[in-house]
Design a protein around this ligand. Structure first.
Ligand SMILES: [Ca+2]
Ligand SMILES: [Ca+2]
Ligand SMILES: [Ca+2]
Ligand SMILES: [Ca+2]
Length: 243
């Protein structure tokens, strides 16, 4: 009987967790045999035969042209990090605020959403998931439980290389669990085969306006309000780590 109760409780808890994810997209991510050098060059083995995924869902702003914005990305992993290669074509790179903690989403930036245990659910002012805004000057910002922005520059190693209007961003993302505490010593988790991670990617495009002109994401978000990733990890896709 006790086993039955345990099973019922486990099943309720599990279904409760899954119910917090509206996005059912699953992407298999291949392990890197040799880890990439984070230098903004895409000549590492793990990038050569890996598929591109599109960054093409308009979450905010008016319809844009190909000249204004195009984006795509690749993923790989090792036990230490999730690797991300992002190719952005943006006609104007714009950084109007020097202070990384002022209106950081209104400057051009890549936004990486990660939910280490793929729980979904609200993460606006907690660390069940992170919404890392990576600025052109490599400052990395997210909101903390104190409802203030913080820098998380040591969570992601990042380098970019720009040629004309194309910028390649290469990153090693360290994944922190939902027990992460600001100001304390935290240890990133080791990654292993079959692990599932909540993930989405976006780009805030501003070419000189007071506020960002577009916010383009990787995931299909239902409904009129598509700018929900910074609050709700349920709209993230799921990465499954494979060999
Ligand atoms: Ca590289
Ligand atoms: Ca643009
Ligand atoms: Ca979580
Ligand atoms: Ca721009």
């Amino acid at each position: 009987m006790k086993t039955l109760y345990t099973l019922i409780i486990f099943s309720i808890a599990f279904n409760g967790l899954k119910a917090q994810k509206s996005n059912t997209r699953i992407t298999e991510v291949k392990k890197a045999v040799r880890i990439p050098i984070i230098d903004g060059r895409r000549d590492d083995d793990c990038w050569i035969d890996t598929d591109w995924y599109m960054l093409d869902q308009r979450w905010l702003g008016e319809v844009y042209s190909k000249k204004d914005f195009q984006g795509r990305y690749k993923l790989s992993w090792s036990k230490d990090a999730l690797y991300l290669l992002v190719e952005i074509k943006d006609d104007v790179l714009y950084d109007q605020y020097d202070d990384p903690l002022t209106l950081w989403w209104d400057d051009d930036c890549v936004e990486v959403f990660v939910d280490e245990n793929n729980s979904g659910g609200n993460h606006q002012y907690n660390h069940s998931a992170f919404a890392y805004h990576i600025a052109l000057d490599y400052n990395i910002v997210d909101m903390g439980p104190d409802e203030e922005p913080h820098l998380y520059n040591d969570h992601i190693e990042v380098k970019k290389l720009q040629k004309k209007n194309t910028t390649i961003w290469e990153m090693a993302i360290h994944l922190y669990p939902d027990t992460f505490k600001d100001g304390a010593k935290n240890t990133p988790v080791f990654l292993k085969r079959n692990k599932e991670i909540g993930f989405a990617l976006a780009y805030c495009d501003n070419d000189g306006s007071r506020e960002r002109e577009n916010f383009i994401g990787s995931e299909v978000v239902d409904g009129d309000d598509k700018n929900r990733g910074w609050i709700n990890a349920g709209i993230f896709g799921t990465l499954k780590l494979v060999d």
